[in-house]
Ligand binder design. Structure first.
Ligand SMILES: *[C@@H]1O[C@H](CO)[C@@H](O)[C@H](O)[C@H]1NC(C)=O
Ligand SMILES: *[C@@H]1O[C@H](CO)[C@@H](O)[C@H](O)[C@H]1NC(C)=O
Ligand SMILES: *[C@@H]1O[C@H](CO)[C@@H](O)[C@H](O)[C@H]1NC(C)=O
Ligand SMILES: *[C@@H]1O[C@H](CO)[C@@H](O)[C@H](O)[C@H]1NC(C)=O
Ligand SMILES: *[C@@H]1O[C@H](CO)[C@@H](O)[C@H](O)[C@H]1NC(C)=O
Length: 372
């Protein structure tokens, strides 16, 4: 019976157990009558015969292996289960937008059984696990949890432990890390002229909440320096455009709605840096910000012993153009990229799924990881 162990053990024992027994009986009969040399010849013939039987009974190749050998890179289907925040948007053509080939991004649930990945935006499933697919999950399919809110605005994580295969968020360590923005190296060193700036300090805020640290800090800072406020209950934006409005200012309050590691949003990347206004940040620690941009590209509220000292420093920079301009030295090497919801996110998922098709993983610590 050792023959069974020559490489093809599972296939042979699985398929031809009965026939194998019969063949081996014949082998034993031969041993009784002939010499050892003849026995070995006969044994080899037996082995050969058995191997032929084995290969004839191989199971058909599994479908994804066939795809792999079919020539040309296989395509990937990612299915968005619910539209983020319920707002219907057109699904991106990743080849046209980002040069990512072989991606089908769809919301058509009839592709469920063949989808390589299914995406769930946290806000649209929380509090109701029956908003997940009710059909069994195909074996190689990845369920991807997607969230861009901070832990303060993300509830009901515990009910999803052990359900997802991957995470996608702004947080470092996500299976697919997608920040709100980042600096890109540029190969031209031609410095772009800064926009004309006659105004001092601006803040755009739509969700005014007295419980937020940023509002408390605003009240303390506004005693020492004038802050122009735009937003729902304040001045309206010039041309409805944050960039057009903020570009006229030297400084911008990039204050996050809550303070968590890596939670650095468009308030920094788009509102401040995108408008060439120096960001005054309130969010995670300075050390955390410096993981994402040079330390001399922003002013952190923690750099000062009090709001009064911060105000004093901003007024100093206002009077000293060369000191002020040093906050833009990053522009010689980098440009700002603001990630675009949701096209860029969906195509990034497709790229990641393509690259890791045969990996398996289960996210079993979603709450403790995301809240840390
Ligand atoms: C979804 O896909 C199926 C199969 O390709 C197609 O018959 C159906 O019309 C599609 N539904 C929508 C809403 O596009
Ligand atoms: C949960 O989601 C399902 C499917 O979308 C829906 O039919 C049901 O009404 C929801 N239940 C609650 C309590 O929201
Ligand atoms: C910058 O790099 C890109 C690609 O590497 C190249 O196509 C482009 O011509 C370069 N631009 C300059 C100004 O060197
Ligand atoms: C509004 O935008 C237009 C076109 O972008 C521009 O020409 C105009 O100057 C802007 N208005 C103000 C008040 O900045
Ligand atoms: C995805 O997670 C589930 C557990 O919820 C697990 O059974 C399945 O094997 C995982 N699939 C992959 C492709 O990682």
């Amino acid at each position: 019976m050792e023959i069974v162990n020559i490489g093809n053990e599972i296939l042979c024992s699985y398929n031809i157990g009965k026939r194998l027994n019969g063949t081996c009986k014949q082998c034993r009969v031969l041993v009784m009558r002939k010499s050892y040399a003849q026995f070995f010849v006969a044994a080899i013939v037996c082995i050969f015969f058995i191997l032929i039987l084995c290969f004839k009974n191989l199971p058909p190749p599994v479908p994804h292996m066939r795809l792999q050998t079919a020539g040309g890179p296989p395509g990937v289907t990612v299915l968005l289960w619910w539209y983020p925040f319920g707002s219907q948007c057109k699904m991106p053509d990743c080849a046209a937008l980002y040069g990512v080939q072989g991606c089908r991004v769809t919301t058509n649930r009839s592709f469920y059984s063949g989808a390589d990945a299914v995406i769930f935006h946290h806000r649209d499933i929380l509090g109701n696990v029956s908003r997940l697919p009710q059909n069994p999950r195909p074996p190689a399919q990845k369920w991807i949890w997607m969230n861009f809110e901070s832990p303060s605005h993300t509830s009901n994580l515990e009910e999803f432990e052990g359900i997802f295969n991957w995470t996608m968020s702004y947080k470092l360590g996500s299976d697919i890390f997608m920040p709100y923005g980042y600096l890109q190296h540029k190969n031209t060193s031609k410095p772009k002229k800064l926009p004309q700036k006659r105004k001092l300090l601006a803040w755009v805020i739509s969700n005014w909440n007295e419980d937020h640290a940023r509002v408390a800090f605003y009240w303390r800072l506004s005693r020492y320096i004038n802050i122009d406020i735009y937003g729902r209950d304040a001045m309206s934006l010039v041309n409805d455009s944050v960039v057009q409005t903020v570009s006229k200012y030297k400084f911008y309050l990039a204050f996050e709605n809550s303070q968590h590691p890596d939670y650095i949003t468009e308030k920094l990347w788009h509102n401040a840096l995108g408008s060439s206004a120096v960001p005054v940040v309130l969010g995670p620690s300075r050390w955390n910000y410096e993981k994402f941009l040079p330390g001399n590209a922003f002013i952190h509220v923690d750099d000062f012993s009090s709001p009064r000292m911060l105000a004093k420093y901003l007024k100093f920079l206002d009077r000293n153009p060369s000191a002020y301009r040093r906050y833009f030295s990053w522009k010689r090497t980098y440009r700002v990229h603001v990630t675009s919801f949701w096209n860029e996110h969906l195509c990034a998922i497709c790229t990641a799924v393509k690259a890791s098709r045969y990996q398996t993983k289960v996210v079993s610590d979603l709450a403790s990881w995301f809240n840390s």
